[in-house]
Design a protein around this ligand. Structure first.
Ligand code: NDP
Length: 438
């Protein structure tokens, strides 16, 4: 297991001792534990495919992209892996704090669990989540905050975090557009039969009919998103120029001007919507109402030959039902980047089913997104170190209470009702995705 620690715990103790002896006015250093995915198998990149990335200042809702005091990395660097260390090394060391980095996060006795016991802050990404179970929170007396370098904090037992006064925050919006681009790419890849055609040419072939027999334009197709939040809306906006017929369902109807701008048709119930759609994309959260929403019964509601794209959560779909629907032609294609469990076993049916265009969980960790969420992580840490308030939109749990985005996305009644499974790890799938009750 690749594992990289920038400063050892012994070094930290020495640092505290030094500050106590020689600089008694200095606060003792904090330990920031980053759980990051391993470096590329070919090693940390010496150079990149491109020299720069566009600078984005605002998200579509007007929110500013992260505004840390400074950055110690070049935008476009690989930051989400162990050697990238989210670009925090220089910053934290200059403040006298300890940065601990590990990729060893699973199973009892993993390095993450060991280091967490002394950590003050823990940072991880949804693509490679460090599961903060109740037990781990209980065993981490110094822990002040769990920071998600990305969007979605369902790897944290929020109820336990509230009880133990551990703040939870995330870099809201940092990769929502990244995910929406992945959705559009996958819709096009499926409909145009891109991956099989690519494989044909890569293997020396040139039979045009082999490629064309499953290739369609999406122009005029009916495309429906289940949920039109940040990602769902961004997908609709991006598909509008393709002259698709756009549909959505959500718990709340979008403002009239948005519906008119993109010529959207609203459906109250997604089950009614899917029977009319050529393409369905799932962009809703996983919760008891949506878990296995695509199952043996509801798959029958789909139009024969529909494409289904799911970058939301693997557990929204029954994996065997999806495979069977592809084998039998009920679905013409399935794509997404979310699985259950993650990482999937070598024999996971989605790796080998026909007409799929699956990727690992990567849609939200492009180099562009990494720049934003690394900057956002630094912004959050600066707020803690300088005793400044964290942006409300980044807050999930603050001072023992749901706050900001957390207060909107999670229901206090369910997140704090003391039930073991209200928020947290599925005990049968500790490495899998978690279920949040809304
Ligand atoms: P948002 O919170 O912006 O939007 C989610 C929307 O879904 C809200 O409008 C919500 O309504 C609505 N909703 C909730 N339950 C249902 C339901 N049963 N039927 C219809 N609509 C429903 O989330 P995002 O757009 O940012 O993200 C959507 C999902 O995508 C996330 O929950 C996450 O699972 C996934 N995701 C995946 C990523 C990846 O890397 N692949 C990265 C980021 C997110 P209300 O406001 O009333 O709750």
């Amino acid at each position: 297991m690749l594992n990289f620690k920038i400063k050892s715990l012994q070094a930290c103790r020495a640092c505290i001792a030094r500050s106590q002896f020689f600089h008694s006015s200095l606060r003792p250093c904090d330990k920031i534990l980053c759980v990051l995915y391993p470096d590329p198998s070919s090693g940390y990149p010496p150079q990149y495919a491109r020299d720069d990335i566009p600078r984005i200042y605002k998200y579509p809702d007007g929110q500013l992209t992260p505004t840390p005091e400074a950055l110690d990395f070049d935008p476009g660097q690989l930051l989400g892996c162990v050697s990238g260390a989210l670009g925090l090394k220089k910053f934290l060391e200059s403040k006298g704090h300890d940065l601990l980095v590990t990729a060893d996060k699973d199973g009892p006795g993993c390095e993450f669990e060991h280091l967490l016991k002394e950590a003050h802050y823990v940072v991880s990404q949804p693509f490679y989540p460090a599961y903060l179970t109740r037990e781990r929170i209980q065993n981490s007396p110094n822990l002040k905050a769990s920071i998600t370098a990305g969007v979605g904090s369902d790897h944290v037992d929020l109820e336990a975090a509230m009880e133990h006064n551990v703040d939870v925050c995330e870099v809201t919006y940092c990769n929502s557009i990244s995910v929406s681009e992945h959705v559009v790419m996958m819709i096009l890849a499926l409909a145009r039969n891109y991956i099989p055609s690519y494989e044909i040419v890569s293997h020396g072939g040139w039979n045009i009919a082999d490629c064309a027999q499953r290739a369609y334009d999406i122009e005029g197709m009916k495309v429906g998103t289940v949920a039109a939040g940040r990602i769902g809306q961004a997908v609709l906006k991006r598909l509008h120029p393709f002259d698709c017929e756009l549909h959505y369902c959500d718990r709340h109807r979008l403002p009239k001007n948005i519906e008119e701008r993109y010529n959207l048709t609203y459906w109250h119930d997604w089950r009614d919507m899917v029977s009319h759609m050529d393409v369905v994309t799932l962009n809703c959260p996983l919760h008891p109402e949506t878990e296995h929403m695509i199952n043996a019964e509801t798959i029958k509601l789909f139009k024969r030959g529909a494409y289904l794209v799911n970058t939301a959560r693997g557990k929204l779909c029954d994996k065997l039902v999806i495979r069977q629907a592809l084998e039998q032609g009920q679905l013409a294609g399935y794509a997404g980047d979310v699985w259950f469990p993650q990482p999937p076993a070598e024999d996971h049916p989605w790796r080998h089913m026909p007409w799929h265009a699956m990727t690992p969980h990567i849609s939200g960790t492009t180099l562009s997104a990494q720049t934003r969420y690394a900057a956002g992580t630094r912004e959050i840490l600066e707020c803690y170190f300088n005793n400044k308030p964290i942006r409300e939109e980044y807050q999930i749990v603050t001072n023992g209470q749901l706050a900001g985005t957390g207060a909107h996305s999670y229901s206090k009644g369910n997140a704090t009702n003391g039930s073991e499974d209200a928020v947290g790890i599925d005990p049968h799938n500790p490495q899998g995705e978690t279920v949040i009750r809304l």
